[in-house]
Design a protein around this ligand. Structure first.
Ligand SMILES: *Cc1c(COP(=O)(O)O)cnc(C)c1O
Length: 443
């Protein structure tokens, strides 16, 4: 049907190989849609444009209109720093074309994914009976966990008269609100303390006065500031009230691998569900979120799809499709597994520690400088700081200039109502001295 595709396959594989060897260009980025449409023209037409032209179009026009995620000076949002082994295996995973929704079709891949999940399970201090799967990102991971939590609560009694509720802090990720909207449940916000942590006392107070709560969401590494809620005290409150505890570690869950911060996660062994995005701080490419349940039974009950065309599926084995909001899925945990297998978990620990060390060195330099000020004490690898006297426009101008020259990608955020700057370190190749040099340009 497709004629001889050998030439285009070779060209695409060769191109991937070249990209894997190249340093990313920090100056690439979005263009206005009309500008891009004019430059790219139309590739999808009745006749197509052929492999060589399509590949050239991607290389010259489309790819340069995307931001490189893995430069060592990309400190904006939460960047990514996949190992090259993981990136290469992303291509291998694609070539293998595995349906990894069910054991029957994807057993070998699912076995490997489960091995990677088992490492995370051990870091959590959970029993070996815990189980989970990889989903596209923290947003779907959080939604899937909350759907399981509500289903578990629904087995204990009727729907509360004024609906189900989920408790979290204001510092929780926006995806919790989005999940609540999709589930038509109410979000009850508990206040954080002066350190910016959700505490057990605050959760207790809300649970005492609010009927119909099916889950509490604590964050292990808030996206904006990298803070870890008081997990052990929150677990106490949840246990007392018989409420499901979900821990969102999309960014910060990686810190479980680092002895220097592991104590901050105490209590996480008592959570009912947990997510971490290996595409954030565990050196895997997009899109990859590990979703884990301490006891997978309620998740299975909540998520298994049934239909006559699925009757042949063996439900006695581990089917990732039964544990989240998905059915068809690629084995997106394989690049993470491969990288872990190549480098070993000790190297992973060292790499996470390296980024923490870099964050501390940069934070120390800010503390010691006379023109900059830390606005919170960093707990993980997010550093929030300000240049006293600067306005939001000053920050925006500086940030745009640093991005334009490729010196550093560092964008402003808000902290306690004020505009500040934020750096997120997830790349073990980022050098503190290079960052400190660029920060001098804020004077
Ligand atoms: C990034 C993030 C999410 C969302 O994850 P996606 O993979 O972008 O969907 C959820 N929670 C926290 C704490 C995050 O940092």
């Amino acid at each position: 049907m497709w004629g001889d595709e050998d030439e285009v396959v070779a060209a695409a594989v060769h191109y991937a190989w070249r990209r894997l060897k190249e340093e990313p260009d920090p100056k690439t980025g979005a263009r206005p849609a009309a500008d891009l449409a004019a430059a790219a023209a139309t590739a999808v037409s009745p006749q197509g444009i052929g492999g060589a032209a399509a590949l050239t179009l991607f290389d010259r026009v489309l790819s340069p209109a995307t931001r490189a995620q893995n430069g060592p000076m990309n400190l904006a949002y939460i960047p990514a720093a996949p190992t090259r082994a993981a990136l290469a295996f992303e291509a291998v995973t694609g070539a293998a074309n595995i349906f990894a929704g069910t054991w029957e079709s994807g057993a070998g891949a699912i076995h490997a994914e489960n091995e990677a999940l088992a490492w995370l399970t051990r870091l959590l201090g959970w029993p070996g009976t815990a189980a989970g799967c990889f989903v596209s990102g923290g947003t779907i991971g959080n939604l899937s966990a909350l759907v399981a939590a509500r289903a578990a609560a629904a087995t204990t009694g009727p729907r509360p008269a004024d609906g189900w509720k989920v408790v979290c802090a204001d510092s929780a990720h926006s995806s919790i609100k989005s999940a609540a909207r999709a589930m038509d449940v109410e979000v009850v916000t508990a206040p954080v303390d002066a350190r910016g942590h959700l505490t057990g006392a605050a959760v207790n107070e809300v649970l005492d006065s609010t009927p119909g709560v099916f889950a509490v969401v604590a964050t292990a590494g808030t996206t904006n500031a990298g803070l870890i809620d008081d997990l052990d005290d929150i677990a106490d409150a949840c246990e007392r009230h018989g409420v499901w505890l979900h821990v969102d570690g999309a960014y910060g869950g990686a810190g479980l691998a680092a002895a220097s911060v592991r104590h901050r996660y105490n209590g996480i062994e008592r959570a009912d569900s947990f997510i971490v995005d290996p595409h954030k701080w565990l050196f895997a490419p997009y899109d990859c979120c590990a979703l884990l349940y301490r006891d997978p039974a309620p998740a299975r009950a909540a998520h298994s799809q049934s239909a006559h065309y699925l009757d042949a599926i063996d439900r006695a084995v581990h089917n990732p499709a039964d544990l989240a909001l998905h059915l068809s899925r690629r084995a997106r945990g394989l690049p993470f597994w491969f990288s872990l297998a190549v480098h070993g978990t000790d190297r992973y620990t060292q790499a996470v520690e390296q980024t923490l060390t870099t964050s501390r060195q940069v934070a120390d330099a800010i503390r010691a400088s006379d023109h900059l000020r830390l606005v919170t004490e960093p707990e993980l690898s997010v550093v929030l700081f300000e240049r006293p006297g600067w306005t939001a426009q000053d920050y925006a101008k500086w940030s745009a200039r640093a991005a334009e020259t490729g010196a550093m990608l560092c964008v402003p955020t808000q902290w306690n109502g004020a505009t500040v700057l934020r750096m997120a370190f997830v790349n073990p190749d980022t050098r503190a001295d290079d960052v400190i040099d660029v920060l001098r340009t804020l004077s």
